[in-house]
Design a protein around this ligand. Structure first.
Ligand code: PLP
Length: 242
C-alpha cells in the first residue's frame, strides 16, 4: 500500500471499529450494520485505496460524476467487485444510467422516478433494489418524501415488479450534537416497523441512516446501513458540497 493511501485504510478501519462498538453497545450484532463508503468529490485513486482496504459498498450522489469515475476505478483495480449505490437526488431523466452501473438506489422519493427506474430495470432484465428517502425533518431544501406521504408512495410502488423496495433512507436536520438527531432516527425506524407490519415493506427493512458525525447515534436507533464519507477520506474540498 502506498504512503498516500495508508491514512484512508487506517480511517476506514477506525470507522469499522466504531460501527462495531456502537452496535455492541446497543446490544446488536455488528455484522448487521453495513457500511456505504461515500465517494462524492473523491478521486479514483482515493476510492481505489478504500476498496483495497476492504470497502465493498460505495455511495455516489451524482450519477454523472459516478459514470466518469467508475471506469477510472475499474482501470486502477480491475475486477474489484465493489458495488455502487446512488444516494443523492436523482433526476428522472437520469434513470436510464442506473441499471448496469449502480447496484441500488437509496434515494427514491417520488412515483415518476420509481416508474422510470422500474421501466429501465425491466428492460435490462433485472430487479433493482431501492430505498425510499424520507424527509424526516420536513426541510424544504431537502429531498425525500414527507413522512405523511410515505405510505401512499409505497402503495403506488407496490405493483412495480422490477423494483425491490428494501426499506427507508433519511438525512436528519443538521445537529451539532448527534443526540439531537436521535428522535429523527427513531421516527424513521418506527415508520419502517409500522409499514412492515402493513406489508408495505419487507419483514426486516433496511434502515439507511447515519453519516460521519452521527452514525453511532443512528446505530443505537436501529440503522442497518450507515453512509460515511468525511470520517474516511477527510474533509471534502470546499465548494464541493451540494
Ligand atoms: C455526503 C453524504 C453522506 C456522507 O456524509 P459525511 O458527513 O461525509 O459522512 C451520506 N449520505 C448522503 C446522502 C450524502 O450526501
Amino acid at each position: 500500500m502506498s504512503a498516500a493511501s495508508a491514512p484512508i485504510a487506517e480511517r476506514l478501519a477506525a470507522v469499522r471499529a466504531e460501527i462495531g462498538a456502537a452496535a455492541r453497545e446497543a446490544g446488536r450484532d455488528p455484522s448487521a450494520v453495513e457500511l456505504v463508503v461515500v465517494t462524492k468529490t473523491r478521486t479514483a485513486t482515493e476510492i481505489a485505496a478504500a476498496i483495497s482496504a476492504g470497502a465493498h459498498l460505495l455511495g455516489e450522489n451524482y450519477v454523472q460524476e459516478a459514470r466518469r469515475k467508475i471506469p477510472e476505478v475499474e482501470a486502477l483495480l480491475p475486477g474489484h467487485g465493489a458495488r455502487w449505490h446512488v444516494i443523492g437526488p436523482l433526476q428522472t431523466n437520469k434513470a436510464k444510467y442506473v441499471p448496469g452501473t449502480f447496484a441500488a438506489v437509496e434515494s427514491v422519493d417520488r412515483v415518476e422516478l420509481a416508474d422510470a427506474l422500474a421501466k429501465r430495470a425491466a428492460a435490462a432484465g433485472l430487479v433493482l433494489p431501492v430505498l425510499i428517502q424520507v424527509n424526516v425533518g420536513r426541510e424544504p431544501q431537502k429531498a425525500g418524501v414527507l413522512p405523511e406521504g410515505l405510505a401512499a408512495l409505497l402503495e403506488s410502488l407496490a405493483g412495480m415488479a422490477s423494483l425491490a423496495i428494501g426499506g427507508l433512507m433519511a438525512i436528519p436536520p443538521e445537529c451539532d450534537d448527534p443526540a439531537d438527531a436521535r428522535p429523527y432516527f427513531r421516527a424513521l425506524a418506527e415508520s419502517a416497523r409500522r409499514l412492515s407490519g402493513r406489508g408495505l415493506l419487507p419483514p426486516a427493512p433496511v434502515l439507511s441512516m447515519g453519516m460521519s458525525h452521527d452514525f453511532a447515534a443512528a446505530i443505537a436507533e436501529g440503522a442497518t446501513r450507515v453512509r460515511v464519507g468525511t470520517a474516511i477520506f477527510g474533509p471534502r474540498p470546499t465548494g464541493a458540497e451540494e
